[in-house]
Design a protein around this ligand. Structure first.
Ligand code: CLF
Ligand code: SF4
Length: 491
């Protein structure tokens, strides 16, 4: 029996609706009752990552993070950063709308938790360094954990001050830490970091990079020893550290890193960074994917990063921070767990069904034996389904289907084509260009005009699988493209 379509809107509307859906049993599929856990992942680790949108690609379809900008001070200088803008480690350059005190941050987190049921993670990710500006980081985490005990605490750091705080992080039950590691060779590091401030002194050049490298490795080893999951972010800088990131991947894997996230340098003279002003370019999508493909087999890769702002709120790819600025949140707030709890019940049902559908879809590809691969761009607004109209998409999630399975390989940002019922030709040109190399676009609805223009560029597009699970849709598409017998749709 097919599962009902549980749209993200229905999951995020009123708490009454959420509760009604949850209490009615959510999905009606016979596959409910399956464990919902991911194949091949240690159950203790799955428990830690299953609601973390960055540490689990699967979770990012369902769960949201929010960042609070409470720690603006930094102890190093990166050539890709101008601190008048966001921390480029974790953020797309663009000013943080406001910096917060720990009390203001608590008020904001409670307000978001009351209104955004997908919220599962609170991150501190710039501008500045969460471990260097430690007192504010610690005070924020302590206050939020007291009020919302089930929220996951997550921080991002350049690693220089990290070893000084690992014991406290463990005491505060922080399970997820990101370290930005761009090099393991100080000669390379000297081209990325002009100076650091350490132990009351300023260091420059190779000496600075050597100290930073040693502290990063020490911090990583200490976190691994305590069972704290680590993600390594590396900024890919063509001609500076692109080849070198293969070595970085080896080093961090040996030291127990859980994930390696290679992100493209974002460089623009308007950001006022050293690299931006010097004309250092970032990699294009093909260069990034080629490097990521070469890194497969080493430390496990994260490919669904959206390089979010330091004040981002929402599912990855959403920057809802502007809806929760201080002037828009109440002065006095009390946490109400109702919406988040109801949402989790609904998602638990939906997710078990999705896991079974994915397993079935991948099984079909494995037996197809065609040896061919297909690059598919999917318009989705969450829930793991093909459920966004082509004209409303602001990004497409890209999947590669082959007899090895179906993997998420990245995303392509686009400008929204359809505004107020009309599509702009110039915008469509940009979307077609952004989708270069894609074989087929899957979406919930598409008009003839964009479909024809995509076809002229050699890109197929269909809404025939609208509202199916992404993997179910892709496996059926693969079967149709390569003449294999599809399995029955499961969604
Ligand atoms: Fe924030 Fe970073 Fe935690 Fe995620 S972001 S502190 S681990 S909760 Fe995520 Fe954003 Fe990429 Fe960072 S998508 S930039 S990896
Ligand atoms: Fe900027 Fe972050 Fe680097 Fe500090 S660690 S200089 S805030 S990118």
């Amino acid at each position: 029996m097919p599962a009902p379509i549980v749209s993200l809107q229905s999951l995020t509307s009123t708490s009454d609706q959420l509760l009604a859906t949850a209490q009615s049993g959510g999905c009606a599929s016979s596959s409910c009752g399956a464990s919902g856990k991911q194949d091949g992942i240690d159950p203790a680790i799955w428990e830690k990552i299953k609601n973390h949108p960055c540490f689990s690609e699967e979770a990012h379809h369902y769960f949201a993070r929010m960042h609070v900008a409470v720690a603006p001070a930094c102890n190093i200088q990166c050539n890709y950063c101008n601190r008048k803008y966001d921390c480029a480690n974790e953020s797309r350059p663009g000013v943080v709308s406001e910096k917060l005190t720990p009390d203001q941050a608590l008020r904001k987190v409670i307000t978001v938790a009351n209104e955004v049921p997908q919220l599962s993670v609170l991150g501190i990710a710039g501008p500045g360094d969460a471990c260097y500006d430690w007192e504010k980081t610690k005070a924020t985490f302590e206050r939020v954990a007291r009020e919302i005990p089930d929220i996951k605490l997550c921080l991002s750091t350049n690693g220089l001050a990290l070893p000084d705080h690992v014991a406290e992080l463990a005491e505060m039950n922080v399970d997820h830490v990101t370290i930005t590691i761009n090099m393991v060779d100080p000669e390379v590091g000297a081209k990325i970091y002009p100076w650091i401030f350490y132990d009351q002194r300023r260091y420059a050049g190779i000496e600075a990079a050597r100290i930073l490298h040693e502290r990063q490795m020490l911090g990583l080893e200490m976190l691994t020893a305590r069972g704290i999951l680590t993600k390594i972010n590396s900024v890919m800088i063509p001609g500076v550290n692109d080849e070198h990131l293969l070595e970085v991947n080896r080093w961090v894997k040996e030291r127990g890193a859980f994930l390696h996230n290679v992100m493209p340098l974002i460089s623009d003279p308007a950001h006022g960074t050293h690299y931006g002003l010097a004309g250092q370019r970032g990699p294009n999508a093909t260069e990034l994917k080629t490097l990521q493909d070469r890194l497969e087999g080493g430390a496990k890769l994260m490919r669904h990063c959206r390089q979010c702002r330091a004040d981002a709120v929402g599912l990855l790819g959403e920057d809802g921070g502007q809806e929760f600025t201080l002037d828009r949140i109440p002065g006095d707030v009390t946490y109400d767990a109702t919406k988040r709890e109801a949402y989790r019940e609904v998602v638990a049902h939906e997710r078990r069904d999705h896991v079974a559908a994915r397993r079935e879809a991948i099984g079909m590809l494995e037996t197809a034996g065609s040896g061919k691969s297909l690059l598919v761009a999917v318009a989705t607004k969450g829930g793991g389904r093909v459920n966004e109209h082509f004209g409303h998409a602001k990004e497409f999630q890209v999947y590669e289907a082959s007899p090895k399975g179906i993997s998420f390989v990245g995303h392509r940002n686009v400008e929204q084509y359809c505004l107020g019922g009309w599509g702009e030709n110039a915008t469509l040109d940009g979307i077609v260009a952004a989708l270069e190399g894609i074989d087929v676009v899957l979406c919930a609805k598409i008009g003839d005009c964009p479909k024809e223009q995509l076809a002229e560029a050699g890109i197929g597009a269909t809404d025939a699988y609208g509202h199916d699970y992404i993997e179910t849709a892709i496996s059926a598409l693969y079967a149709a493209e390569f003449g294999v017998q599809p399995l029955a749709a499961t969604a």
